[in-house]
Structures are given as structure tokens and as C-alpha cells.
Ligand binder design. Structure first.
Ligand SMILES: [Zn+2]
Ligand SMILES: [Zn+2]
Length: 62
């Protein structure tokens, strides 16, 4: 998988300045798909979370 967009703020990773985003994403699910920038459908559950892109499928924590 090629990560182009920041999962937290949705901006291009090449733009830089995503240090805070990286920390946040260690704790919380991404809001945006890293490949296509679509909004992810996020579900949080006691064991963690899942985030689903309609094109690229599901990411899960852990
Ligand atoms: Zn970011
Ligand atoms: Zn996607």
C-alpha cells in the first residue's frame, strides 16, 4: 500500500508537518484513507477500532 495522504488531517504527506498526526494516529483511528483520501467509516469497540475505505477495504488496530 502506498500512503499518500495523512490519515488524520487528510493532507498530502509530502507537505510535511505531520509529526503531531503521527502521534495521534498511534492512539486513534485514521479519518482518511491514506491512498485515496476518502473518509473512512470508523467503528470503535472495546478491543480497538476498525476503519473502512469503500475502495481499499478495512484497517484494524492492533
Ligand atoms: Zn496530518
Ligand atoms: Zn481508499
Amino acid at each position: 500500500m502506498t500512503e499518500v495522504y495523512c490519515g488524520r488531517c487528510g493532507l498530502e504527506l509530502t507537505a510535511g508537518g505531520h509529526d503531531d498526526c503521527g502521534w495521534a494516529l498511534a492512539l486513534e483511528p485514521p479519518r482518511y484513507c491514506a491512498e485515496c483520501r476518502r473518509r473512512m467509516v470508523v467503528q470503535v469497540h472495546p478491543m480497538g477500532w476498525s476503519a473502512r475505505c469503500s475502495v481499499h477495504g478495512e484497517l484494524t488496530s492492533g
